[in-house]
Design a protein around this ligand. Structure first.
Ligand code: ADP
Ligand code: GN1
Ligand code: MG
Length: 351
């Protein structure tokens, strides 16, 4: 089936005029479809998301709930198929479609003002889901942010050394191994009931928010990994990506710094909505979540490099190693500044 035929199997307005590849995601194949309106068509990466029906059900439940709570805001909206579902299965893969959210901007890096706004957008999104039972959601990728499992997967990739590259990155490997004690922190708190399972997005990169050009708000997109999890998973992942002075794949590490001003901006935005909902333990460990999530993502990039680049999309042979290195640079700086980060969170919770 051609892409045009696939797009036409969804309930779109008018005939398809053009289809072009779109966006900067690492996971799905994204296309912009232009008919009488614009749409986003995505080929779901079914090697990661083995149960597209469960995935789309999670997205349907969450988008419908959020649309009811955040009235008047731009929200992600699925487009149904002509035969009453939300997926089109073709020989090239499984596809879904969203309305293109018009008059928005997507950033790969942000200044403090936009980063604070992304904190507000994710805070508002999570708060809107506070009355949604997280247990209703499928674990589409089980143990997605179980850093203990990510660490075990890292060690397995290292032992296998499928690419033969392990010898070339021993410094980075030691960086991960020396911080093994970080791995259980959040899962332990969840399992002991010290912090609650919430509906979490689990992939809160800055480029998963579309900033509304017509208001102070924005839309949360990329809901593939929406599942139950810890608030820190989302807070930490936002900081990992957005509180850096450089891109995730910057090769010049002199340009990569953890920016505490950006951290503070995001924390204030997020806590304006979530401060009253988080329990004391969640607040106390929120700043540390930035270290943990950066550590987890760095080890995933490094594991993928050692495994021979089978997971994340790459555009050059060293891409995953470059990404891992930026994460480790950020961790070193966050470790030094953790007391200040904790103080910022505590102050934002009060104010
Ligand atoms: P991936 O999982 O590969 O990251 P995303 O769902 O994040 O895929 O989509 C990739 C990019 O496509 C986004 O960063 C954004 O620029 C754009 N995009 C996705 N959904 C929409 C939408 N509904 N409206 C406008 N742009 C979108
Ligand atoms: C992937 O889909 P995308 O590009 O927003 C990944 C995240 C990583 C991120 C690193 C499903 O996110 O977990 O943090 O790359 N998504 C999945 O940039 O694995
Ligand atoms: Mg994305």
């Amino acid at each position: 089936m051609e892409l045009k035929t696939i797009a036409s199997a969804f309930k779109i307005k008018g005939d398809v005029k053009s289809i072009e590849t779109y966006g900067m995601g690492h996971i799905n194949d994204t296309y912009l479809v232009t008919a009488d309106k614009r749409y986003i068509l995505q080929r779901i990466n079914t090697s990661l998301f083995s149960d597209p029906d469960a995935l789309i059900e999670n997205i349907r439940l969450v988008t419908e709930h959020v649309a009811k709570k955040l009235t008047g805001e731009k929200v992600l909206t699925l487009v149904g198929t002509e035969d009453g579902g939300f997926l089109v299965r073709a020989e090239t893969g499984v596809y879904r479609m969203y309305d293109f959210i018009e008059r928005t901007q997507c950033f790969q890096t942000a200044d403090a003002e936009h980063f604070a706004r992304s904190g507000e957008v994710f805070g508002r999104f999570t708060a809107a889901l506070d009355d949604f039972d997280a247990k209703k959601l499928y674990d589409v990728i089980p143990k997605f942010h179980d850093t203990r499992k990510r660490f075990a997967d890292f060690v397995a990739a290292l032992e296998k050394n499928a690419s033969g590259r392990a010898d070339t990155c021993s410094k980075e490997i030691d960086f991960v191994l020396n911080r093994k004690h970080y791995s259980p922190v959040f899962m332990d708190m969840l399992e002991k009931g010290q912090i609650p399972y919430r509906v979490t997005h689990n992939d809160t990169k800055l480029n998963n928010v579309l900033f509304d050009l017509d208001s102070d708000g924005g839309a949360v997109i990329d809901l593939d990994t929406v599942m139950k999890g810890a608030a820190g998973f989302d807070f930490g992942d936002s900081i990992r990506f957005g509180a850096s002075t450089a891109a995730e794949d910057e090769t010049d590490l002199d340009k990569v710094h953890f920016d505490i001003g950006l951290f503070s901006a995001y924390a204030k935005g997020y806590l304006a909505y979530m401060g009253k909902l988080l329990n004391d333990k969640e607040k106390e460990t929120l700043a540390f979540s930035a270290i943990l999530l950066t550590y987890e993502c760095g080890m995933r990039f490094l594991a993928d490099y050692i495994a021979g680049d089978t997971y994340f999309k790459i555009h050059r042979p060293s891409h995953n190693l470059d990404r891992a290195r930026t994460q480790f640079r950020l961790i070193e700086e966050m470790e030094e500044r953790l007391p200040e980060m904790n103080a910022i969170v505590a102050a934002a919770c009060k104010g």
